[in-house]
Design a protein around this ligand. Structure first.
Ligand SMILES: [Zn+2]
Ligand SMILES: [Zn+2]
Ligand SMILES: [Zn+2]
Length: 292
C-alpha cells in the first residue's frame, strides 16, 4: 500500500499515513484541530474540530483506517504547502450564528428523530403540514404524500467535510426541524463557502446539517439522511435497510429528488472513478423510480 495523505476541507488537519506489512499507521499525529471520539467499539474516530471532516479511524495496536473522502489528491499542488499541518487557512471559518432552540419534544405524532453518532445532537423533523402547497417555498420542495426530497451529493466539499465518498442529504424546511437548546450548543458551524454553513457535532464530528442563506429561499436546510430514523425503530439508520418493518422505515417519509437525480456527479469523477460514480448514481435512480 502506498503512503497516504489525508486532508480535511479547512486544511487545518493534515495526516500522513505510512505503511508497513500490517497496514497503515499515523505519522506525526499532532495538529491543533485534530479531535478524537471513542466509538462504542473502542475505536477512535479522528476528525477536524474546525470543519468536522472525519479523516481516519484509529483501531487498536496503532492501526489506522483512512476514511476515503479525505484522501488528498496528489495533483492538488496547494495541498502540498500545508503538509505538516502548520499552515492555517481562514478564508472560511467558524461563524457562530444565533439559532432558535425548540423544545426538543414535538407534539406531532409523525416525526422523524435525528441523532448524531454520540447522541450529543438530537433533533426532530416534523412532517410537512397537509396544506404545504399553500406555502410559497414548501410547494416547490415537498413531494406528494408530504414527503421530503433526498439526493446524493458527490461534490468535493461534502466529501472533505465528512470523510465519506459522497453524502446523502434530505431537504427539510428549518421551520420543521426542532432542535433542543443543548443540541444547539453541541453543534459547531463551519462556513465551507460563501453563504454556506455546515453544522456538525463538536464531540463526534457527525455532519448533521447544511444551510444556504439564499438557495431554497434561505429557509430550506439539508439534513444528513443517515442521522434520521423513525421513532421506535432503532435499527433504521440507513436508506434501504430491509428489516421487514416497511411501515416504520424512514423511506416512507422521503422520496428521491427529481426522480433520483444526484448532485455534482461530474465533480465526483475527480476523486472516484467515473464508472464508480455512474454505478452509484444509476442504482440511486433505479431505487427511486422503482419505488414510485
Ligand atoms: Zn478541517
Ligand atoms: Zn455527536
Ligand atoms: Zn455536496
Amino acid at each position: 500500500m502506498p503512503p497516504l495523505h489525508l486532508l480535511c476541507h479547512c486544511r487545518n488537519v493534515s495526516l500522513n499515513l505510512v505503511t508497513d506489512d500490517n497496514g497503515y499507521t499515523l505519522d506525526h499525529p499532532a495538529y491543533t484541530f485534530l479531535t478524537t471520539y471513542c466509538d462504542a467499539g473502542g475505536a477512535e474516530l479522528l476528525f477536524c474540530g474546525y470543519c468536522g471532516a472525519r479523516l481516519a479511524r484509529h483501531e487498536g495496536g496503532g492501526r489506522v483506517s483512512p476514511l476515503i473522502g479525505c484522501i488528498d489528491i496528489p495533483k492538488d499542488a496547494a495541498s502540498a504547502a500545508v503538509l505538516g499541518g502548520t499552515t492555517i487557512r481562514w478564508e472560511h471559518g467558524m461563524k457562530p450564528e444565533p439559532l432558535s432552540a425548540g423544545e426538543g419534544d414535538d407534539p406531532q405524532e409523525e416525526a422523524l428523530k435525528g441523532r448524531c453518532l454520540c447522541g450529543a445532537v438530537t433533533f426532530s423533523v416534523l412532517r410537512p403540514p397537509e396544506n404545504y402547497k399553500d406555502d410559497a417555498v414548501l410547494k416547490d420542495w415537498i413531494k406528494p404524500g408530504r414527503k421530503f426530497a433526498t439526493t446524493l451529493c458527490f461534490c468535493r466539499t461534502c466529501r472533505t467535510t465528512t470523510g465519506a465518498p459522497y453524502w446523502n442529504w434530505t431537504f427539510v424546511p428549518r421551520s420543521l426541524i426542532d432542535i433542543p437548546a443543548a443540541s444547539l450548543e453541541a453543534l459547531r458551524t463551519y462556513e465551507s463557502s460563501a453563504k454556506v454553513e455546515r453544522l456538525f457535532c463538536g464531540k463526534c464530528g457527525e455532519m448533521c446539517f447544511y444551510k444556504h442563506s439564499v438557495a431554497g429561499g434561505g429557509v430550506m436546510w439539508d439534513v444528513a439522511k443517515d442521522t434520521l430514523r423513525v421513532e421506535g425503530n432503532e435499527k433504521e439508520w440507513f436508506v434501504g435497510v430491509d428489516d421487514g418493518v416497511e411501515e416504520t422505515r424512514v423511506d416512507k417519509y422521503i422520496e428521491g429528488w427529481q426522480e433520483g437525480k444526484c448532485s455534482f456527479e461530474e465533480e465526483g469523477w475527480a476523486f472516484l472513478e467515473k464508472a464508480t460514480v455512474e454505478h452509484v448514481a444509476q442504482g440511486w435512480r433505479e431505487k427511486w423510480s422503482s419505488d414510485n
